[in-house]
Ligand binder design. Sequence first.
Ligand code: FES
Length: 114
Amino acid sequence: MQGSDGIALCRLEDIPDRAGRGFTVQRDGRSHDVFVVRNGAAAHAYHNACPHKGLNLDWRKEQFMDAEGEYIHCSNHDALFRIKDGFCIAGPCRGARLRPLPVVVRPDGGIEIA
Ligand code: FES
């Protein structure tokens, strides 16, 4: 769906704190798998493609986080990524990054990517 300033995904309250949710969006005439992680009042969006093998991170559907809700988790080979910048701190792609997407949380709680 198309929002006023970008592609509207959902509302902040639709995602539990320290959890993620996946979407398929149309952008530049192509389909993209993306996901959003909520961290309190903030949201961070990334392409749903692990820098290790390019696979979707949520091999277990909609499971984007580790058990503690501290790091983004790729369930294929257990890479861990920081929420704030997608930097990989453990796993086979240590030192690589998830590809970020510009994301905004509107005053009404709507989450959009540009
Ligand atoms: S595909 Fe993500 S860790 Fe291997």
